[in-house]
Design a protein around this ligand. Structure first.
Ligand code: ZN
Length: 429
C-alpha cells in the first residue's frame, strides 16, 4: 500500500474506532449510523407512512436500520443492498437482576450469542442499553450508557483452581458470571435506580429495560506501525461502519450527477448472533416490508440487483493453523474475504463471486477466499436469510479477524478501508 493509501486507510480506521466506541449496544450503533446519515441529508420515515418522494431516507426499529437513496433513479432501477449486523455477543442483564453476598452488590446476567466467556473476566465493564419510561400517557424510550468502569467479573485465583492451565477454564454462566456492580448489599430495584439515573428519570417511571455490559477500553490502532485494530465488537460493527460510509459516499455522488442507475440500500440487522429470527433480524420481515412499502421492491429489475452480506471472517490463526483449510489461508491486511460454503451457510455463488472479483479488480482491492475445513462445522450470517427473503443474488464477504466473539477482537488496519472501497464500487453497480 502506498503512503497516500496508507494515510487514507489509517484515517478510515480511526473513524471506525470512533464508530465502535459510540456503539456499545445495537441501539447505539443504529443511533450512530443515523447521526451520520442525517448529517449527510438522510431523513427519517416511520413504518406506517406512505411512500415518500424519491430521496435519501431511513427507517429504524430498535437495533435495526434500513436506509436508501433513490433520488434520480428509474422506478425499475435494481437494488444494491449492503447488509450487516449491529449486535455482538455479550452479557445481558436479567429482568430482576439484583443479588449479592458478602457485602457486594451483584447482578445476574444471561449470555447473548456465542461469547468467549473467558474474555469477560477481569475486565473493566461499562453498561449500556435502553430503558422504556412512563411519561404522562406515553411510553418513551431512552438510550443509556455509562462508560466508567462500573462492573467487574473477577476470575477465581489460580491457587483455588490449580488445574486451570492444564485442563482449561470451565465457567457456568448461571454461577460464575454474576457481575459485581458495587459494594453494599443490594436493595430490590437497585440496578433500575442506576439505569434511571443514567436516563435522568424517576426510578418508579422505569417500566422495562434492555441492558448489557461492554468493555470500557477505547478502540485503538495497535502494532509498531499501527498495522492492527484492537477493539470490541469488530464483528460486526466494522461492516456497519463501512456500509454506512459507503452509502453516504454513494448518495453524495448520485446527487452530484443527478441520476442513479441503481438504488443503494443499507440494511443493518439486530439478533444475528442469536439466529436472526426476530422482528428486527435478517430472517424477519423488516427489510422486505420496508423495500416493498417505500422502495418499490416488486417493480425493480432483478438483473443487476445484488445483496452484499458483510460480516467478520476468520483470519488464519498462526498458533492454530490446523484449525483452518490449508489451501485457503486468510491473512490480516490481505484484503476483504469472499466466504463460501457448499451447504449454503454462506450465500456466495460463482456468478456473484465473479462479479465481486471484477468490481474489486477495477477498484484495485485485493480479495481472499474463505472456506471452512470440511471436517468442521461452518458458521453462518445474514446472507442466506437475505437471499431467501429478497430473491436477489447474494454474496457473503467480510474483513478477516482474530479472536472473533472475544470481548476484544483484532484485525488488520488496512482491511476496513479496502472493504469500504469495495462496497462503494459495488453499490454503484
Ligand atoms: Zn458477525
Amino acid at each position: 500500500m502506498n503512503t497516500a493509501s496508507k494515510d487514507l486507510s489509517t484515517e478510515s480506521c480511526l473513524d471506525l474506532c470512533r464508530y465502535i466506541d459510540a456503539s456499545p449496544s445495537p441501539f447505539h450503533a443504529v443511533a450512530e449510523s443515523v447521526r451520520r446519515l442525517e448529517a449527510a441529508g438522510f431523513q427519517e420515515l416511520s413504518s406506517d407512512e406512505g411512500r415518500p418522494a424519491a430521496g435519501c431516507w431511513y427507517l429504524r426499529s430498535g437495533g435495526a436500520l434500513i436506509a436508501w437513496s433513490d433520488a434520480g433513479c428509474e422506478v425499475d432501477a435494481p437494488l444494491r443492498i449492503i447488509g450487516a449486523h449491529t449486535d455482538s455477543p455479550n452479557l445481558r442483564v436479567k429482568p430482576l437482576p439484583d443479588q449479592g453476598a458478602l457485602g457486594l452488590h451483584q447482578v445476574g446476567v444471561e449470555v447473548y450469542g456465542g461469547a468467549l466467556l473467558n474474555s469477560w473476566l477481569d475486565r473493566d465493564l461499562g453498561v449500556s442499553g435502553r430503558v422504556v419510561v412512563r411519561d404522562g400517557g406515553r411510553r418513551v424510550e431512552h438510550l443509556v450508557r455509562d462508560d466508567r468502569p462500573v462492573a467487574r467479573i473477577p476470575q477465581l485465583a489460580i491457587h483455588l483452581d490449580r488445574d486451570v492451565n492444564d485442563k482449561g477454564l470451565l465457567l457456568n454462566p448461571q454461577v460464575h458470571l454474576t457481575t459485581i456492580v458495587g459494594a453494599g448489599l443490594a436493595e430490590p430495584g437497585a440496578f433500575v435506580k442506576t439505569l434511571a439515573a443514567l436516563a435522568d428519570v424517576d426510578p418508579v417511571d422505569v417500566l422495562a429495560f434492555d441492558a448489557m455490559f461492554h468493555d470500557v477500553v477505547p478502540s485503538c490502532l495497535s502494532g509498531p506501525d499501527r498495522e492492527f485494530v484492537s477493539a470490541s465488537r469488530l464483528d460486526d460493527l466494522l461492516s456497519c461502519h463501512a456500509g454506512t460510509e459507503a452509502l453516504i459516499a454513494t448518495a453524495g455522488k448520485e446527487s452530484r450527477r443527478g441520476a442513479g442507475q441503481t438504488v443503494p440500500v443499507l440494511a443493518l440487522f439486530d439478533h444475528e448472533e442469536v439466529g436472526s429470527v426476530s422482528a428486527t433480524g435478517a430472517a424477519g420481515p423488516f427489510l422486505q416490508r420496508t423495500l416493498r412499502r417505500f422502495v418499490n421492491l416488486d417493480e425493480r429489475r432483478v438483473n443487476g440487483g445484488l445483496v452484499l452480506s458483510v460480516d467478520g471472517t476468520h483470519a488464519t490463526h498462526p498458533n492454530y493453523m490446523e484449525r483452518h483449510d490449508g489451501e485457503h489461508r486468510v491473512l490480516l491486511n490481505g484484503g476483504p474475504v469472499l466466504k463460501f460454503n457448499a451447504k449454503e451457510r454462506y450465500a456466495t455463488d460463482a456468478p456473484g463471486a465473479a462479479e465481486i472479483r471484477q468490481t474489486a479488480e477495477k477498484a484495485g482491492v485485493p480479495l481472499q477466499s474463505f472456506v471452512s475445513r470440511s471436517d468442521m462445522p461452518c458458521g453462518t450470517t445474514i446472507g442466506p436469510a437475505t437471499a431467501s427473503g429478497t430473491g436477489l443474488r447474494t454474496v457473503d464477504l467480510g474483513v478477516a479477524q482474530l479472536a472473533m466473539h472475544s470481548a476484544r477482537e483484532f484485525c488488520g488496519s488496512e482491511d476496513p478501508w479496502l472493504l469500504g472501497r469495495l462496497l462503494e464500487a459495488s453499490l454503484a453497480g
